[in-house]
Design a protein around this ligand. Structure first.
Ligand SMILES: [Zn+2]
Length: 590
């Protein structure tokens, strides 16, 4: 984020959200708050509310929500930094001179690039010229990495020592503070510093201007974690890079598509074998920034991931982002047991290319996975498939293509196109689509979701309740993934002794539309008077849900153990089961 939390807080505190929003749409007073017809969806009765005390807005109709920055962004259709600038000017707050791109040319960034360049050379020559580097060189050879690739990608080795790099860097005049800022060395609590990377193969990560922005490091055996990375620095934001794109740019432009793989070797080995239009995401899910980066060079991407199910889930998650950015996405799946690296080595370049050529378009791929996951013959399963397909289709900008997809989906699921079009209209802009009540099966996605949100709202209203919640629940107890992220941030701030408001918390959260969870949570507690009672009710509700899930799991395990004739295991599980039953009853009585 280009702006500090402090500056955002200052702008917020000097602005009145009711005045700001009131300058765009007419607001009506409703008690302490204001209401209005939502400007982001069509409605006749107001479900849009503005809370001056919490400095947030939320629409219960379409789920839009956030603080003043998000309102201006959304209403004017501008980017976050522009909204901040506009509101800062209105509030008379002077912004710091540096934006991110200006900062990249600032003194610090220049120094960090220099250190990274220096470190890459140091690790590279450790690999090639020292006794310690031999093991790493042997490892790379065994993995099929050629000498030419080692040179081009400037692969290196960090020796098994705590101070190899730092001592060398200091002897060349680099300051410790700067080395720490680059993430290559870490400070000890008791004083002094040590090398971040030890006994690891080093992969320098370049930006598209061929500057070293960070490092990835891999162990030489099977120990865990397999990979560690540089932390984010002035010159490195992880989600913004694609590994290897600096090498493949030209080919990506020429062939007008980019193959996207996951890891360093998934990139290096195919690249070395002639697949030149390729880049690696270096993460399990793709990000919006990566989609924008690709889009500068081509509108076509083929995602190639491992055949295991983790890869499947990961590729599904990032794909919608690409669609939204207007990138055409195809998906190629490797045979089970292969990754791109091992596949190209054992099957060859031609086989790799034909796998890429046979990639399925995103629609077919996703539908295939969903229908096999849900057995789409009964109505409930069909509505689940729809619930996951429609958000993807909603993101397709081309209207003709969008309708084509609806037609295909209707055909495949044997439902009426009109019904799908009606459901498509309900897909919320914030992507939390839920199919209409009559279409949903008895099992809801996350029954405790509302209780979880109310708890968030309560903790933001009164920080003393955070300790109360922590007495009963851990972050893992929250079932909804996005809610859990918000909870973690609240717990983190609380542990750091930082005061939190709803509007402030939103500034700390990035991506995933977490801000509308916060605005909803904050709005939900507006009508609550007895906080203590509500807190206990919500905790109970969440515990009950979790217990229910655990009980089902335990009962399944007991069945399995019985079938297997494992008496000891059955006994142990039964004991666990009765313990669980007892503790859930105890809590229910409170
Ligand atoms: Zn709305």
């Amino acid at each position: 984020m280009a702006f500090s939390e402090q500056i955002l807080e200052e702008i917020q505190s000097k602005s009145d959200i009711a005045e700001v929003i009131g300058s765009y749409i007419p607001l009506k007073r409703a008690g302490r708050n204001f209401k209005a017809n939502c400007p982001f969806h069509k409605e006749k009765t107001p479900s849009f509310m503005v809370s001056p005390s919490k400095q947030i807005f939320h629409c219960f109709g379409c789920g839009a929500g956030g603080n003043i920055f998000h309102f201006v962004m959304k209403f004017e259709g501008i980017e976050f930094p522009d909204a901040v600038r506009a509101l800062a000017e209105k509030a008379g707050v002077e912004l710091p001179r540096f934006t991110r791109s200006e900062f990249e040319q600032s003194a610090y960034a220049v120094q960090i690039y220099k250190i990274n360049e220096f470190a890459a050379s140091y690790y590279h020559s450790t690999l090639l010229k020292t006794e310690a580097g031999k093991r790493a060189a042997e490892y790379l050879e065994k993995r099929g990495v050629s000498e030419e690739t080692i040179t081009q990608a400037k692969l290196g080795f960090a020796a098994d020592a705590w101070d190899g790099f730092i001592n060398f860097a200091k002897s060349k005049g680099f300051e410790t503070a700067l080395l720490e800022r680059s993430g290559l060395v870490i400070s000890r609590e008791e004083g002094g510093h040590y090398d971040r990377f030890r006994n690891k193969i080093i992969f320098p990560i370049f930006d598209i201007k061929n500057r070293v922005v960070a490092f990835g490091a891999r162990v030489l055996d099977d120990s865990l974690p397999k990979y560690i990375n540089s932390p984010e620095t002035e010159v490195y934001v992880k989600s913004r890079h694609l590994y290897g794109l600096n090498f493949s740019l030209q080919a990506v432009k020429e062939r007008d598509f980019c193959v996207i793989v996951e890891g360093y070797l998934d990139f290096l080995i195919p690249y070395q074998n002639g697949i030149k239009n390729i880049a690696a995401s270096l993460g399990t899910s793709l990000t919006e920034s990566q989609a924008r980066l690709i889009k500068r060079y081509t509108r076509n991407a083929v995602i190639l991931y491992d055949g295991d199910s983790a890869g499947e889930a990961a590729s599904l998650r990032g794909l919608d982002l690409f669609v939204q950015e207007g990138v055409n996405v195809k998906v190629a799946v490797l045979p089970k047991g292969y990754d791109p690296d091992s596949f190209v080595r054992s099957e060859g370049t031609a086989a790799f290319n034909s796998l890429i050529d046979s990639a399925a378009d995103l629609f077919e791929y996703k539908l295939g996975i969903l229908t096999s996951r849900y057995d789409a013959r009964n109505a409930a399963a069909k509505s689940r498939v729809c619930a996951e397909m429609l958000p993807t289709i909603a993101r397709v900008n081309n209207a003709v293509l969008k309708f084509e997809y609806i037609k295909r989906l209707a055909e495949r699921l044997q439902v009426r196109e009109e019904d799908l079009l009606t459901e498509l209209k309900k897909v919320k802009p914030d992507y939390t689509y839920e199919p209409s009540a009559d279409a949903v099966a008895a099992t809801d996605v996350c029954p405790g979701a509302k209780a979880e949100k109310i708890l968030i709202g309560l903790m933001l209203d009164d920080a003393e309740l955070i300790a109360e919640v922590q007495k009963h629940l851990k972050a893992e107890d929250f079932a909804d993934e996005k809610t859990r992220k918000v909870i973690c941030e609240i717990f983190k701030s609380y542990a750091a002794g930082k005061a939190l408001s709803a509007a402030g918390l939103i500034n700390c959260l990035e991506g995933d539309n977490l801000c509308s969870i916060v605005s909803e949570a904050a709005s939900l507690t507006e009508i609550i008077t007895d906080r203590q009672k509500n807190l206990i009710d919500c905790v109970k509700n969440i515990k009950e849900q979790n217990n229910k899930n655990k009980l089902t799991e335990l009962r399944n395990l007991i069945n399995v153990a019985q079938v297997m004739g494992d008496g000891k295991k059955v006994e142990q599980l039964l004991a666990e089961l009765s313990g669980l039953l007892r503790s859930s009853k105890e809590f229910a009585r409170r």
